[in-house]
Design a protein around this ligand. Structure first.
Ligand SMILES: Cc1cc2nc3c(=O)[nH]c(=O)nc-3n(C[C@H](O)[C@H](O)[C@H](O)COP(=O)(O)OP(=O)(O)OC[C@H]3O[C@@H](n4cnc5c(N)ncnc54)[C@H](O)[C@@H]3O)c2cc1C
Length: 434
């Protein structure tokens, strides 16, 4: 029977579809999860609410060349950066790299590239398919209720469901793995055509005039394009990032010449969880990955490479568990153990640092900039990347021994203990770097 014109369509007309693994969300975490799950031989479907993978963009795409290489991302999908300048209200620290270490991604290009790999591995992608809620039977997640691209609601069933829905954490919040994120970065950004901007230089700018409790950024991405954005942390402040963005060149007249003749081509906004990693990533039949599990680094709100790595770990464990007929939380916890062993300490330290610097005054930012300026380009990159080690912290302290006389000493002591140093820091260690 066909529906007459104007007659309401039966909203439950869609059929029940069955897979081994369902992935909710087609961002970096979901795409890489779908690829990894499909590679185990599992039947995989990914549901993305947007009509296009990688669009609209809601991220600035700053990342690291070594990670992009490790993740197999082709070099024509990222723009290498030769210089990084940090600005505080009255200071600056500039680092130049003969061999670039950081990069700005062609976000849509990277996401669609990973989507291509997921399809090549055998996953089905379903853009235009918003997931409405989980299907729970006997306390176990057995699938989701979702619309398809023709707006038909249907059941999608699988023994393992991966929540990779980003900040909205669609399933995680519904099944009580966590409440919605209470503390988060709120960012607004123009993607500009900026003919006068130096495409080799990336800026990170701190201070109450430009981005209270957060930072502003200028990320060049090649061919005259620059992402200029402002992020603030809620509820630490109730500032409106959009307002700071619109008045950026008035607030920072030194950079006005770089943006002379610039015009927006895209406008992006987005939210990033800033309250640390969620307590548990798994339930019977459910795995959370990427932003949905708070797995990005809160140091500078960086999550893309972590989402790609974490999604791959989640997808592999999900596929194997589904094929083994054991989707229990106990089995899926392998993923949680792997993830915490690889990223747990780094995320914990980043979150501690973020909570401290989010409260810094302008004077503290100026002091911080003086400390940063004493580091080598390689050390600055390691800090920004969150590549913490006892030797890096000792090197920072050696170049800034005055830190030992401040409250920061306790932080360094604790952080180094987390990194495996068994005894408290001594002045002699700092002096010798041993
Ligand atoms: C303003 C801003 C700037 C940032 N800048 C950087 C940066 O420079 N570098 C960096 O590494 N990270 C950055 N991040 C963080 C980074 O964007 C995230 O960590 C990353 O996107 C997380 O990937 P994800 O796949 O977990 O989630 P997302 O990228 O958010 O993807 C989730 C996907 O799920 C879909 N979805 C949501 N709900 C549903 C549903 N119910 N049904 C179906 N689909 C659904 C969404 O449409 C989306 O496509 C930034 C974040 C913001 C907000």
């Amino acid at each position: 029977m066909t529906a007459e014109a104007g007659e309401a369509m039966d909203p439950t007309a869609g059929e029940t579809r069955r897979y081994d693994v369902l992935v909710v969300g087609g961002g970096p975490a979901g795409l890489s999860a779908a690829e990894a799950a499909a590679k185990t031989g599992a039947r995989v479907a990914l549901l993305e609410r947007r009509k296009e993978i990688g669009y609209p963009v809601h991220t600035s795409g700053g990342s690291w060349i070594s990670d992009m290489k490790a993740l197999g991302i082709p070099s024509d999908l990222y723009h290498p950066i030769r210089g990084v300048t940090f600005l505080s209200p009255n200071r600056s620290a500039r680092f130049d790299y003969d061999e670039p270490v950081c990069c700005v991604l062609d976000v849509r290009g990277v996401y669609q590239y990973v989507a291509g790999r997921a399809v090549a591995a055998g996953a089905e992608l379903h853009p235009g398919s918003p997931v409405e809620r989980p299907i729970v039977e006997d306390g176990r997640i057995v699938g989701v209720l979702a619309k398809d691209h023709r707006n038909r609601v249907g059941e999608w069933r699988a023994p393992v469901v991966i929540d990779a829905s980003g900040f909205s954490s669609t399933l995680v919040t519904r099944v009580g793995l966590r409440k919605g994120f209470q503390r988060y970065g709120y960012g607004a950004e123009y993607d500009l055509m900026a003919p006068n901007y130096d495409q080799g230089m990336l800026y990170l700018i701190m201070g109450s005039q430009v981005a209270p409790s957060g930072y502003a950024w200028a990320f060049p991405r090649g061919r005259g394009r620059v992402r200029l954005g402002v992020g603030v942390i809620r509820p630490d402040v109730d500032a409106d990032a959009r307002e700071y963005l619109d008045t950026f060149t008035e607030r920072l007249p030194n950079l006005a010449p770089d943006f002379k003749g610039a015009s927006p081509v895209e406008y992006h906004t987005g939210l990033f969880p800033s309250e640390g990693v969620v307590e548990s990533f798994v339930r019977d039949g459910l795995i959370a990955t990427g932003d949905a599990a708070g797995q990005g680094s809160t140091l500078v709100g960086e999550g893309i490479r972590f989402a790609l790595y974490s999604g791959a770990m989640a997808g592999a464990v999900a596929g194997e568990a589904a094929l083994a007929g054991d989707p229990s939380a106990e089995r899926l916890a392998r993923y949680e153990r792997q993830w915490r062993a690889r990223f747990g300490r780094e995320m914990e330290i980043s979150y501690t640092v973020n909570q401290r610097i989010a409260r810094w005054t302008d004077a503290q930012w100026d002091e911080g900039m003086d400390l940063l300026a004493r580091l080598t380009p390689a050390q600055a990159a390691e800090l920004l990347r969150g590549d913490y080690s006892v030797s890096l912290f000792l090197a920072v302290l050696r170049r800034n021994p005055s830190l030992l006389r401040t409250g920061a000493r306790k932080f360094f002591d604790l952080a180094m203990q987390r990194l495996g140093k068994s005894t408290p820091l001594t002045d002699a260690e700092v002096a010798t770097g041993a």
